[in-house]
Structure formats: structure tokens, C-alpha cells
Ligand binder design. Structure first.
Ligand SMILES: *Cc1c(COP(=O)(O)O)cnc(C)c1O
Length: 376
């Protein structure tokens, strides 16, 4: 699905030198590279505070921990996402309320938020799925009217722009009260291990988050909060500083690859190419087709047999996962029809910064071959 090797080879000298420098410096934890990366990411995102942490799941958990929520409080998120989003809500004794998505963008449907709000609702966690922002304008309006916190799960959309108008945009993850991202290797801004970050423009929240990731300390050995240990290590920060410089170039490579796929598939009535929102650019963390009138699982098997990796994100919606059955407000099968339909019909094709036309032609022709022979 991704070609991290070819990507690394293009920046090998830069990366190798930076990693060696950190090793020689012996400043492995909270070294200067971490601080520099933090500042560079603040500038790139145009956000006041970036707090690096150990991974994207921790980022989400710490963001929730910073909001003074109480057990039983409800947090609205979508059922069509990676499990981490709902997992951290549950771990903290909060109740995940899983709602349905738009059938075209796969992102949270704001109308469904309104239906899900109760007196216990305290926060909304939109996920910018596959590289495109949820409708933050509407989400922020609802949040304001109901006094709710908004935590953006931006693990898949770093670098995307949320567009207010021709002259005004903001980076994904900087619109809600807190934004979270992951630097897992296959993410759009990936390091060579685990990493994550939390963003906010609110100084008070930033101070608290900085304390929580460091065992709840503000002054050494004085603990004001129950915290965790969640750090980005200096080697990963050094690698991320290099990759951040190339992020916009990487995004362009993904967009070009997506355009090329679109062109190959757009005339096929049994394949629906990814929708592009008017209010968000798309950074194509995934290139995900919706299929019609074909056996999607057989298509995946067929592609695998042709050495084409293809993945199903996500085959089982969260409200139908075993671990999430016991929550009082959790829905059952049948309750979120769009999410359930998507989990049966979507397929994601290889998408990364190193795809070339020859590879894409091979993928496109194999997909079309199968679809044309097997549509019912
Ligand atoms: C990857 C991902 C996460 C978790 O990130 P990790 O760094 O793997 O913990 C959370 N949410 C979404 C939507 C993701 O894609």
C-alpha cells in the first residue's frame, strides 16, 4: 500500500546524518530536535501550540484527559473510523456515541450529531477520514450552541486545508479546540517508528496537555494532574523535521496519483471515485473506491493474486465490533445504514508518494478487468 523504501532512498543522506547527529549528541529524550520540530510544525500549521507525544492514540487520549470530563459523559464520533478514536473514549470511562457518515465523503454527518446530543454530551470528535476534512463549519456551530468541546482526529489529513472562502483557509486539525495527529510510518507525515502530536490555540489547554504528557508535572516532582508518559523521541523528531519540509511535495504526489486513478475509473458505472468536498482540500491518505454490483471481497482477492495490495478500511464498523457492544448508547447492526453499506462496498488501492504511471496503469487495468467481467 505504501513504498517507504523508495521514499527513504530519496532523502537517505539527509536522514542518516540527522539520525547519527542525535545518536552522537546523546540527547535522546526531549532533545533540541524535539523542540525545533515542535516550532516548525507550529509554523506549518499556523497554530500557537504543538505538543509532541508518543503516538496518535495517546494524542487523542491526552486531548480528552485535558477537558475535565467525568465518567459517563458522552463523546460523539463516527462508527466509520480506526478504532483508536472510540478506544480512548471508552478507556477513560466516557461513552462513545457512534454516528453515521456522509455516503460520499465518509465523514461525520453534522445532522446526525444533532440527533445524538443529550444532556450528557460533552464533546465531538470528528475524524478527517482518508485525507479530507469533515464539515468543521457546521460542527463548530453545533458545538458552540451546545457548549461542546471539539477534538479533531487529524491522523489521516495532516496538510489538508479547510477552506472558508477563496482567501481564507486553515490547516486541518487547527479548527477545533484541540487537534491530534499520528506520525505512524504509513501516515502522510510518518516517522520511522511511533510518534504523535496534539495542537491547540488555547494556552491554558496547551499548558495542561504539556503537563499531562509528562506525568502531570508542571514543576519537577510536583504532580498537578494524573498524567501519562508520552514523548516523541529525538531521533523521530529529527526525521520528522526533514519530512515536514517535503510534506507539501508529498501531498502533491498523492493528489497527482489520485487524479490519475480518477481518470482511469471515472467512466465505469460500477466504481465510484472519491468525492472531493468544496470546503476541504484532499491529501489522499487513502484512495478509496466505492464498488457497486460486484463482489468487493473477490475484487480484493483478485488484486492480491496480481500482486496488487488492496485493503478494506474498514471492514467492520465500530458499532458492530465485539468490544463496543456493552456501551449503553452503542448502536446495533442496522442502526447506521450508510456506515454499514460502506464497510461492505469500499476498497482502498495503493496510495503513496512514489507511485509511478506504469504501476498505476497496471492497477487500473486489473481493477477494470475484474469489474467488467464480474459485475452483476
Ligand atoms: C492511525 C490513526 C490513529 C492512531 O494513530 P497511532 O499513531 O497508530 O496511535 C488514530 N486515528 C486515526 C483515524 C488513525 O488513522
Amino acid at each position: 500500500m505504501v513504498d517507504l523504501k523508495r521514499q527513504y532512498e530519496k532523502i537517505q543522506d539527509e536522514v542518516d546524518n540527522a539520525v547519527l547527529d542525535v545518536i552522537r549528541s546523546t540527547k535522546y529524550i526531549n532533545g533540541p530536535e524535539v523542540k525545533k520540530f515542535q516550532e516548525e510544525l507550529e509554523e506549518y500549521l499556523d497554530v500557537k501550540h504543538v505538543i509532541p507525544c508518543a503516538n496518535g492514540t495517546d494524542a487523542l487520549q491526552v486531548a480528552l484527559m485535558s477537558l475535565d470530563l467525568k465518567p459517563g459523559d458522552e463523546v460523539i464520533t463516527t462508527s466509520f473510523t480506526f478504532v483508536a478514536t472510540a478506544e480512548v473514549i471508552s478507556l477513560l470511562g466516557l461513552t462513545p456515541v457512534l454516528i453515521d457518515v456522509h455516503e460520499d465523503t465518509f465523514n461525520m454527518n453534522p445532522m446526525e450529531i444533532c440527533k445524538a446530543i443529550t444532556v450528557r454530551t460533552k464533546a465531538i470528535m470528528p475524524v478527517h477520514l482518508f485525507g479530507q476534512c469533515a464539515n468543521m463549519d457546521e460542527i463548530m456551530t453545533i458545538a458552540k450552541n451546545h457548549k461542546l468541546h471539539v477534538i479533531e482526529d487529524n491522523a489521516q489529513a495532516i496538510g489538508a486545508d479547510y477552506i472558508y472562502s477563496k482567501s481564507r483557509s486553515k490547516k486541518a486539525g487547527t479548527i477545533g479546540h484541540v487537534g491530534c495527529t499520528s506520525f505512524f510510518p504509513s501516515k502522510n507525515l510518518g516517522c520511522y517508528g511511533d510518534g504523535g502530536a496534539i495542537f491547540t490555540n488555547n494556552k491554558k489547554l496547551a499548558d495542561k496537555i504539556r503537563s499531562i504528557v509528562n506525568h502531570g508535572m508542571t514543576v519537577r516532582y510536583y504532580h498537578d494532574h494524573v498524567g501519562v508518559n508520552s514523548r516523541l523521541d529525538s531521533i523521530q523528531a529529527a526525521i520528522l523535521r526533514i519530512k515536514l519540509k517535503y510534506l507539501d511535495k508529498y501531498t502533491k504526489a498523492r493528489r497527482d496519483a489520485a487524479d490519475y486513478y480518477d481518470n482511469g475509473f471515472k467512466d465505469n458505472e460500477n466504481l465510484i471515485i472519491p468525492a472531493r468536498s468544496s470546503f476541504s482540500t484532499h491529501v489522499f491518505h487513502q484512495y478509496t473506491l466505492k464498488t457497486r454490483n460486484i463482489d468487493r471481497d473477490k475484487l480484493q482477492e483478485y488484486l492480491m493474486s496480481k500482486d496488487i495490495p488492496a485493503m478494506i478500511y474498514y471492514p467492520v464498523p465500530l458499532h458492530m465490533q465485539k468490544a463496543y457492544q456493552s456501551f449503553r448508547y452503542n448502536q446495533k447492526e442496522g442502526d447506521l445504514p450508510i456506515t454499514e453499506d460502506l464497510s461492505k462496498s469500499v476498497i482502498s488501492l495503493p496510495m503513496h508518494t512514489e507511485l509511478d504511471k506504469e504501476q498505476q496503469d497496471y492497477i487500473i487495468s486489473n481493477v477494470l478487468d475484474f469489474v467488467n467481467k464480474n459485475s452483476s
